[in-house]
Design a protein around this ligand. Structure first.
Ligand code: HEC
Ligand code: HEC
Ligand code: HEC
Ligand code: HEC
Length: 335
């Protein structure tokens, strides 16, 4: 009996301890690395290598700004057990060793591949079966717009108050919009619809107007969800981040407030039940510090509605927002 109590206590302490450690977004033991995609996705790899997602692996450590942030946060090694690995690197575990193998890569957005890499392109089974098996094993398909798009906001809206208030890190990517930021340097759209499996073509195609409208709307809704979660992490409005920016909580609250206005304007054009319901949810919250329970509950409701929005519309009826969608951000890779 005493042993059982003791074991429970030890387990509890271990859970608390590991809860505090910095966790990479992907399980390093499940990461295969971008090399495991090269054989069949050479063009996507070329496009990726021309992006800052790739470059950050080399540039971050040499950046004065990064070292300044690291000093302020007392981080010794950017590429190992630090907060930075969550968003700037992909870690892989081989044997007992875990190390950073790249910047933000294929698996950061399509899921760690260990359990789906063998199944996802099997010609012997139908495309539907491949998709079902791979998704169950953790692959994130572009067809699941909410799942693939939320990755961006996991990283591009910062939820760590100290990183901003103490380290002077940006609180988010200013002007991030899902359509423009995906159609620029991140774009990799080469597959053609051949059967039984798609084949890589040579052109890096822009997404269709309908898809861009969906991307833009989804980006606004996900931004709102993630901004509310970020405000929920704010404990003080008084901090003065190095570099002169406003406190983390204030920056995030201003962003959430602005998004609410943008989305209300967009809904005058698209007029959907989901967006109307989202605006009602956001009207009930107070954008203040130490209000996590209320803000997370609202973000959870918005998440459900945004998923519903993604599967209920295809953008064909949203032509009225075309002139509001920003142009591609950065230089598109042309093979
Ligand atoms: C939650 C995700 C996240 C974490 C954690 C994170 N970063 Fe970043 N970082 C980003 C994103 C996204 C950008 C791009 C911001 C932009 O678009 O302006 C960025 C940009 C930067 C830049 C360029 C900033 C500038 O002002 O030009 C530096 C330097 C940097 N990060 C260093 C770090 C360091 C050092 C750590 C760890 C102590 C860290 N980051 C942790 C997401 C993160
Ligand atoms: C920053 C996130 C991100 C990274 C990194 C990324 N992808 Fe993607 N990928 C996406 C998104 C989002 C889409 C869907 C785009 C759309 O529907 O407009 C996509 C679409 C695709 C497609 C289908 C597009 C087509 O050609 O039909 C393939 C294949 C693909 N990615 C493979 C890769 C490979 C291989 C890598 C690594 C070299 C990679 N991706 C890196 C986010 C990413
Ligand atoms: C794992 C974290 C992570 C994910 C997921 C992620 N990004 Fe990034 N992204 C970053 C970081 C960090 C940088 C800054 C890298 C640097 O400059 O050192 C960045 C930079 C960028 C840039 C270039 C920045 C600039 O200022 O021009 C674009 C464009 C971009 N991301 C788009 C996207 C899109 C679109 C998605 C989703 C499909 C996405 N990112 C998903 C972390 C991420
Ligand atoms: C041995 C070849 C092969 C390898 C290796 C491979 N893929 Fe693919 N991939 C394919 C084929 C073929 C398709 C088209 C599948 C279809 O038609 O169902 C595809 C499709 C995709 C798609 C788009 C799915 C869709 O139908 O929308 C993504 C995303 C993707 N691969 C990501 C990756 C990533 C990430 C890696 C590395 C971790 C990888 N693939 C490794 C052959 C491969």
């Amino acid at each position: 009996m005493r042993n059982a109590v003791l074991i429970t206590f030890v387990l509890l302490v271990m859970c608390i301890a590991s809860g505090n450690a910095q966790k990479p977004r992907l399980d390093p033991a499940h990461v295969m690395g971008a090399n495991s995609c090269t054989e069949c996705h050479g063009k996507e790899i070329d496009a990726w290598r021309a992006s800052r997602h790739f470059a950050t692996f080399k540039t971050l450590e040499d950046s004065d700004k990064a070292n300044e942030i690291a000093d302020l946060l007392e981080v010794d090694d950017l590429t190992s057990d630090s907060l930075c690995v969550e968003c700037h690197f992909v870690l892989q575990k081989k044997g007992s060793k875990t190390s950073a193998i790249s910047g933000i890569s294929c698996e950061s957005c399509h899921g760690a591949a260990r359990d789906w890499i063998k199944e996802h392109n099997k010609e012997k089974i139908s495309r539907e079966q491949r998709k079902e098996i791979s998704e169950k094993a953790g692959m994130i398909y572009p067809g699941n717009l909410y799942a693939v798009a939320r990755n961006c906001f996991d990283c591009h809206i910062i939820k760590h108050e100290e990183l901003v208030n103490k380290g002077g890190h940006p609180a988010f990517s200013k002007d991030f919009d899902l359509s423009g930021w995906l159609q620029g340097e991140v774009r990799h759209n080469f597959m053609t619809d051949a059967v039984p499996v798609k084949k890589s073509g040579t052109e890096n195609r822009e997404a269709s107007p309908e898809r861009r409208r969906m991307l833009f709307m989804m980006g606004q809704l996900l931004s709102l969800e993630y901004s509310l979660r970020a405000v929920g992490k704010a404990t003080t409005a008084k901090a003065k981040p190095p570099g002169g920016a406003k406190a983390f909580g204030i920056q995030q609250a201003l962003r959430a407030h602005a998004l609410k206005g943008n989305i209300a304007k967009l809904n005058k054009q698209v007029n959907t039940a989901e967006v109307t319901a989202i605006l009602e949810v956001v009207d009930t919250v107070v954008l203040k510090t130490k209000n996590e329970a209320q803000l997370v509950a609202a973000a959870d409701k918005i998440s459900v509605l945004t998923k519903k929005f993604a599967i209920s519309h295809d953008g064909s009826k949203f032509a009225a927002i075309d002139n509001l969608i920003p142009k591609p951000h950065g230089k598109t890779f042309i093979p």
